[in-house]
Design a protein around this ligand. Structure first.
Ligand code: MN
Length: 188
């Protein structure tokens, strides 16, 4: 009799444990469509989300990447960055895309870094006649940021001490002074 009680208890336990699911809710969510001004905010890594039930197809699309950027500046290039500010549905997805237009007259995208992303070339279209050449780049952040090296070094406000720059870059101080007087264009 004792053995049967034990068996019944054991079977009940076995059955109940086979239906037990114990885990935290998934930390991932399908949508976190960004909103810009949360009323009663606490810190969040990225932007606050709209209620996922209110997400629309527009939150995940952008049109205009086909429009050539204006390359009439000193470096002859223009970057159109499509980040979370342009596609709110990119929030928490860790990705963005950029179109870089190059003037057919020697345009270049000056040396730069993206502090929150690595960047890879997806597509390059050579210029035909006098149209822009176009590069499409992917970046591993919803908001990659950009630091253009020459601008940061010679165009910083307040300026970096010219003696430091002369020594660090092995330049004559007059050259440093010349460089610091230039207008350092932002092609973004
Ligand atoms: Mn870049």
């Amino acid at each position: 009799m004792k053995g049967i009680h034990f068996l019944v208890a054991f079977v009940l336990l076995a059955l109940s444990s086979s239906f037990a699911f114990a885990f935290d809710p998934s930390p991932l969510q399908d949508f976190c469509v960004a909103i810009n001004d949360p009323k009663d905010g606490v810190f969040v890594n990225g932007k606050f989300c709209r209620d996922p039930m209110l997400a629309t197809a527009n939150d995940f699309s952008f049109s205009g990447l086909n429009i050539p950027g204006n390359t009439s500046n000193q470096v002859g290039s223009n970057v159109t960055l499509i980040n979370v500010d342009k596609i709110p549905g990119l929030n928490t997805l860790g990705i963005s895309i950029a179109r870089i237009d190059f003037s057919p007259y020697g345009g270049l995208n000056p040396p730069h870094i993206h502090p929150r992303a690595t960047e890879g070339l997806i597509h390059f279209q050579f210029n035909i006649g006098n149209t822009n050449a176009v590069a499409i780049a992917g970046l591993s952040s919803q908001n990659p940021g950009v630091i253009t090296i020459a601008n940061a070094v010679f165009g910083s406000i307040p300026p970096i001490n010219p003696d430091v720059l002369a020594k660090a870059f092995q330049l004559d101080k007059n050259v440093v002074n010349y460089l610091q007087k230039q207008f350092w264009v932002n092609n973004h």
